[in-house]
Design a protein around this ligand. Structure first.
Ligand code: F3S
Length: 65
């Protein structure tokens, strides 16, 4: 599983990095960023889905291989 954030949609609500700080961070203005290359370790798949479903802008995209 991979994850990415659509920067055009992200409004900086911050739920992604609150819920899954291992996978998401914030830029200087609080917009979400994916840390690393977006590869989600197996034991982080559920929290990634939780973050995606909690983003009010639906900016988090999950890519399943
Ligand atoms: Fe942005 Fe959604 Fe996270 S709006 S900061 S991707 S919760």
């Amino acid at each position: 599983m991979k994850v990415k954030i659509d920067s055009e949609r992200c409004q900086g609500h911050g739920r992604c990095y609150d819920l899954a700080p291992d996978l998401f961070g914030a830029d200087d203005e609080g917009y979400g960023l994916v840390t690393g290359d977006g590869t989600v370790p197996e034991d982080h798949e559920r929290v990634t889905e939780l973050a995606a479903s909690n983003c009010p802008e639906r900016a988090i995209e999950i890519l399943r291989e």
